[in-house]
Design a binder for this molecule. Sequence first.
Ligand SMILES: [Zn+2]
Length: 339
Amino acid sequence: MYGAGDVRVENVPDARIIEPTDALLRVTRACICGSDLWPYKQMKPSETGSRMGHEFIGFIEDVGADVRTLKRGDLVIAPFAWSDGTCEFCRQGLHTSCLHGGWWGGADLDGGQGEAVRVPQADGTLFRIAVGADDPLMPSLLTLSDVMATAHHAALSARVAPGKIAAIVGDGAVGLCGVIAAKRLGAGQIIMLGRHPDRIALAKEFGATDIVSERGKEAVERVRELTGGLGAHSVLECVGLGESTFTALSIARPGGAVGRVGVPQEKLMPAAQPTFYKNITISGGPAPARAYIAELLPDVLGGRIEPGRVFDRVISLDEVPDGYRAMNEREAIKVMVKF
Ligand SMILES: [Zn+2]
């Protein structure tokens, strides 16, 4: 990406092993993320550009001398951050704060929206899956690299529990997976805030019990009506804008919790005083997807959850610029790149 709206498919030097803890991955599936749309909307023009893509699955082509658990030919999921799996924070399950980890792409590292990726800290980062590269479950497996794991993190951060009321702000792929996550954790009532008919239909199929299509104060009022005047126990904020954050904080009931996974686009958080007086817990951040794959994988393999249904378009690498356009214009919910 060279700037707002400027995505190009180019040849770059081949990815290769540099550190002995690296693996070289040949990408078979990748996707475009809602968070990729923030730079797509507002990135300043750059001469060097930024490698894109942080959600991918692929085959290991080669490993460095110190890689112990992976070998050539393994099919693996790459979570959206890389991590060593052994430091203080990885051991407590917070891999996105790894002391020796980092993020894909940018100017220096390969991104997943490309044919090959050098994977640092391969043993700690990659998660091997025992399926074929064209398994019908591949779309759902791909969501474990980010959106389904992120939605699970939102639900845990919002303390979703059996029989409780969960509300989800945002009808993108993460918000839709948030419905799955809330249902999976036993929420009794699941309120989806969204307006697009195709997304609402999918949310209902995933388990949403109520839809709120109003915005702003009207949305807050409508959620209040749907919750006996009290608000939701658990709110999943899956957008990151000031308005969506305000809505999320406003629909939580006293003593409730808000799990934030939308990347905040503003420096300050709204509603400091009302959330204070309502004793609302505000939690969340970048999901430690690596920590959640093992937990979510059996439900994907068993067909109990189908987060891969958020993909409504499949493209080739050459079509990636148009994939960004389609997602940015909300023509597509989520775009998969098939290599
Ligand atoms: Zn670590």
